[in-house]
Design a protein around this ligand. Sequence first.
Ligand code: HSE
Length: 329
Amino acid sequence: MTRIALLGFGSVGQGIARAILEKGLGITVTGLADSRSGVIDASGIDLSAALDRKERGEPCGNLDISSMDVVEEAEYDILVEVTPTDVETAEPALGHIRGALQRGRHVVTSNKGPIALDYPGLQALAEECGVFLRYEATVCGAIPLIRAMQEGLAGNTITRICGVFNGTCNYILTRMAAEGLTYEQALAEARDLGYAEADPTYDVEGIDAAIKLVILADTVLGMRVTLDDVERTGITLLSPEALQLAEDQDCTIRLIGEIVPGAGVLQVSPRIVAKTHPLVVEGTLNAVTVETDLAGDLTFIGKGAGSTETASAVIGDILYIQSRHVQSS
Ligand code: HSE
């Protein structure tokens, strides 16, 4: 049985808990924390009861147990860090991740802040401590994009990556064009459905997409870049009239992120795209075209946001570590 400590019990954390309850997967949760409380139980936490408490608007555990107590005191093999992203400091996730690595525990995270801010430092610490640091869920939700690029496309030179990286913006643009919703109505829906970041300005100002470009550039393409290197425009100023104008020409508007390593291009901006273009996907779908020298062009499409979909990527990383662990023991 793989023991995990789960930090963050919002949309993603609850999705992970529900998947474990339904499917087992050889995973038991021995530590759990939300922003207000925590639980530590080496014999396995009752996830149904914790989900019920959240449903009633209560904390998931005891107010006198903090997330850092869970990191330092619980018995676990893998820390699963799915708290909300903070792009300025990456805290509290950075402290959680460093604490777990220093204890010799593997880490799986969906939290973009620590990976965008200090991937080289965290990866070096993981290697020093002989453990894995996995972060597939940080980019494009359910699409196993990082693993596809690092493993499936190993040996290729990636010449360009271009796509839709933010499910919330895509949802908003789709709902505005298809249903004539205002920007505010569509954003409120995306928040209610658990797609948006805790701070939704990250989504609509293109910050979330830009962070994902930084993570790909830094961890897959070997570029040393930060958020400041990304030229960025969001969708906050897009009007229904602009969408209608695009519509009149059989086009639509999508928030597109692009990396061209050879030319130093890192860019996020709304673009007018023909409706037949492969990157024009609906709702919370993400679509990413990866251009390579050996494999040619590949386009990946899948849900980029959502509780279950993001949980899928986290669970894939947990099971990756579980399989290595079992093989080596
Ligand atoms: N808020 C993000 C999005 C979640 O909408 O794409 C997944 O990173």
